[in-house]
Design a protein around this ligand. Structure first.
Ligand SMILES: [Zn+2]
Length: 584
């Protein structure tokens, strides 16, 4: 797919030889061009004006910066470039931006044992035994994804039962094992793990939790909900080497799906150090716009001001992530009125309005951007009020971000347009959670739920993302959900609250220019335009013209960051390395 033009290569070699020889003789040699031309592609980018521009070719220089973009009707150059990439008729798009991920969690989750495809307990036990054998260095074996219902696990009288510590002991007895259920609401421990956590017959389950017990009262192995907290503090923190492996894994997962830049929402010092180690070794390829996990981490990592862009625009800490409330599923989201399915509660704020204002002010004072998690309508209203208050003091281009903005009182939607608020939203949350959201909210409050189009019409900038690893970091699934409001099963036909669909152009913009703008990166990446980084992908489906279903099944053929191909990794795939046109 990537080859030097046959006619060009001998000429290039001759020029290189000449260039090598001539300086000795004191002549100023004409250096061979090291520009790269991409042609035989068609696709689009979102222009600075928000309108799509068609693209049929690209020229970038050796530093990975775009020099020229060719549009239909333009003549493509026949010479004047050193390298040539034949796009083989594929669709070219700018590298996509996921505006809300958790990079390290994504990689760490992918490196632990995944039991979600096991169909029986025996299959799971085999997988656990094999995984433990493959990882003799791990002091704990951790994983997730089991489901005793899927296994058809029954007790003597035919009732559904949990798996046991004894069953786990039969395959791993030498080390603690801790495996989370598919929904994250229970964990399965072996005897070594129960012992490490000091859980015995005498241990009482905390409020909101349960310990599965044998008839004699001793713990049987599974801890439910709040009781998981009896054990989880004992889990070893990932080592530096684990984090390095997780970062490499996360990058490859992102590149496979065409994502070249992300906002990391809640960066810790340990995360940051892993990003820096990778950058120092030239192994950081994805672009990370980092938002510190709270004010203390922000100050610890960046000091008194945002960091500069590092490693040729691959890493910057520009902001801080704060939490105003929790999530809708666990009724932790803070609502203005009680939950429809739990009338005794309306959730809880994580802090008072005053505390929020103080933290936002502390960050803004030092020039950091502020991103606040707000799911419920009361939380969204509180964050918008804080933004309105602070905008009087902190003027200029602040780009306040609301993360999720999931349930907004229609009366508050217009407030998103004021003060340049960015709505950082995750389209797939709507299709995954709509049934749960209907139960939590009842029919009266759905008008402001996942209200992408209303929020956009109010004048807010949309930035779309996945919240990976909560959902897969798949922007094509996101675009499909955004334009259809239908799930992968096509339900509900015509879309849920269909007035909130966005257009394909709006969706592509929210995954490119919107994500870049939301991270103060619009002058660096997010578009195919001269002077910006040559981040692009070649795919088989045009998201501006295809159906939602076709978009969901898009195949990413190649992913390039800064003029270097990062996926597929030919060496990793065992394919022959192509001639020297790969500039990592
Ligand atoms: Zn998140």
């Amino acid at each position: 797919m990537i080859s030097l033009r046959p006619a060009t290569r001998p000429a290039l070699i001759a020029a290189l030889l000449a260039a090598a020889a001539l300086p000795v003789a004191g002549h100023a040699a004409q250096a061979p061009s090291t520009d790269t031309l991409v042609d035989n592609v068609h696709g689009e980018t979102i222009g600075a004006d928000g309108q799509p521009e068609q693209v049929i070719g690209l020229l970038f220089d050796r530093s990975g910066v775009i020099r020229q973009v060719f549009h239909p009707g333009d003549k493509l150059p026949k010479k004047g470039f050193g390298y040539h990439i034949d796009g083989q008729g594929q669709v070219i798009l700018p590298g996509l931006i996921d505006a809300h991920v958790h990079v390290m969690e994504l990689g760490l989750a992918a490196l632990t044992l995944d039991l979600s495809s096991t169909r029986t307990l025996a299959e799971a036990l085999d997988a656990i035994r094999a995984y433990a054998a493959q990882h003799p260095d791990r002091t704990w074996i951790t994983g997730r994804g089991w489901n005793q219902e899927q296994w058809g696990l029954k007790d003597g009288s035919g009732h559904s039962r949990y798996p046991t510590a004894a069953e786990l002991d039969s395959v791993v007895g030498d080390r603690p094992v801790w495996l989370e259920r598919v929904d994250g609401h229970a964990g399965w421990a072996n005897s070594a793990a129960l012992k490490a956590a000091g859980i015995t017959a005498a241990t009482k389950a905390p409020d909101g939790g349960a310990i599965d017990r044998r008839p004699d009262g001793t713990p049987a192995g599974v801890l439910v909900d709040a009781a998981m907290g009896l054990l989880t503090p004992r889990l070893p923190a990932p080592r530096a080497a684990d984090r390095d492996a997780a970062l490499a894994k996360a990058q490859s997962i992102l590149f496979q799906r065409g994502v070249t830049a992300v906002a990391d929402m809640g960066t810790s010092i340990e995360d940051w150090q892993a990003f820096r180690r990778a950058g120092d070794k030239n192994q950081l390829y994805v672009r990370i716009m980092a938002y510190a996990m709270g004010i203390d981490q922000m100050a610890l990592i960046a000091g008194g001001e945002p960091t500069p862009w590092l490693y040729a625009d691959r890493l910057r800490m520009g902001g801080v992530k704060l939490f105003m409330d929790g999530a809708l599923g666990s009724r932790g989201a803070w609502l203005k009125a009680p939950y429809a399915d739990a009338p005794n509660t309306r959730g809880l704020p994580r802090m008072t309005d005053t505390q929020l204002g103080n933290l936002m002010s502390r960050a803004a004072m030092d020039g950091f951007q502020v991103a606040v998690h707000a799911i419920g309508d009361a939380a969204n209203a509180a964050v918008l009020s804080s933004i309105e208050d602070l905008s009087a003091t902190y003027k200029g281009d602040r780009r306040w971000r609301v993360e999720h903005a999931q349930i907004v009182d229609p009366a508050d939607i217009a407030r998103f347009g004021r003060n340049g608020v960015i709505a950082s939203m995750q389209p797939v949350h709507e299709t995954s959670d709509r049934v749960m959201a209907e139960a939590r909210l009842g029919p009266q409050r759905l008008a402001g739920a996942y209200a992408w189009q209303s929020i956009a019409k109010a004048g807010a900038r949309l930035a779309f993302g996945s919240d990976a690893p909560v959902e897969a970091p798949d922007p094509f699934a996101g675009i499909a959900a955004a334009i259809s409001r239908e799930g992968p099963d096509g339900q509900p036909a015509g879309g849920w609250q269909p007035q909130e669909k966005v257009s394909p152009v709006q969706a592509l913009a929210a995954y490119t220019t919107g994500g870049a703008y939301a991270g103060f990166a619009e002058g660096r990446f997010g578009r195919l335009a001269p002077g910006l980084r040559a981040d692009f992908i070649l795919v088989d489906t045009d998201p501006l013209t295809a159906t939602a279903d076709a978009i969901r099944h898009t195949r990413v053929r190649e992913t390039w960051v800064g003029g270097g191909k990062v996926w597929p990794d030919d060496a990793e795939n065992g394919a022959a390395k192509k001639d020297g046109n790969q500039k990592g």
